[in-house]
Design a protein around this ligand. Sequence first.
Ligand code: NAP
Length: 240
Amino acid sequence: MDRLKGKVALVTGAGRGIGRAIAEALQAEGAVTVATSRSEPDGSFGSDIDYHRLDVASDEDWATVCATVLDRHGSIDVLVNNAGIIAYEPLHELTVADWNRVVATNQTGVWLGMRTVIPQMLRHGGGSIINLSSIWGSAAVEGAHAYHATKGAVRNMSKNAAITYARNNIRVNSVHPGFIDTPLTEAQDPDVNDFVVSRTPMGRAGRPAEIAAGVVFLASDEASFVTGSELVIDGGYLAQ
Ligand code: NAP
């Protein structure tokens, strides 16, 4: 219950889906939890969760929200870069606008989050950063070229940050979900969903809480020697 007591955690894209489950799990383990999202969340958060509007692609939003959180809570010990969007177009059908839109949220957003939060982690003696990649950060299906590009980038950005700040007690890890039941996947072509689930050795979709459990571990001091790692939570998909 108190695995994160004394820590302040900020989660992006927490309005629904995996991000919401992560925010609720961090709060349940005792973290002072700051949930953020670009648009109105699906339903309000309880009074135990501090909510702020934050578009991860906006440098100004990061500066404003982090200043407010530091003023109110004193530190940000855990950063979960969860916000992400998908575009399904194959490489030759992608427009520059679509490419830029996906990169802005999935890749630039992760960099801006780390760039904003790391200086105060350096001042406070450490922290834990968890970046949401995907099984498509390590393997491929047809199409969704920009999504694959950004999720692969998140995987390696996490490793670079882990090495760069290892001696500063800042741990950086990536999490790689397989197919998870969320509003994102509910909105997808059912044939795509059936295909991915049929290729998942456990034969089912994952639940947001199953991703949140991994994030709680990486955020906690139980993971004190874990940095630069990829936590795959995918029902066995990548083991094939
Ligand atoms: P989701 O249900 O679509 O939720 C994503 C959340 O991110 C929404 O609240 C969305 O809010 C927010 N968001 C999007 N762009 C944003 C931005 N620029 N700034 C701030 N918030 C933004 O997605 P999900 O399935 O929970 O996915 C969460 C993460 O896990 C993503 O990074 C995704 O790539 C990754 N993932 C998911 C799966 C899966 O099967 N579900 C698998 C592998 C990886 P808006 O209303 O503003 O769009």
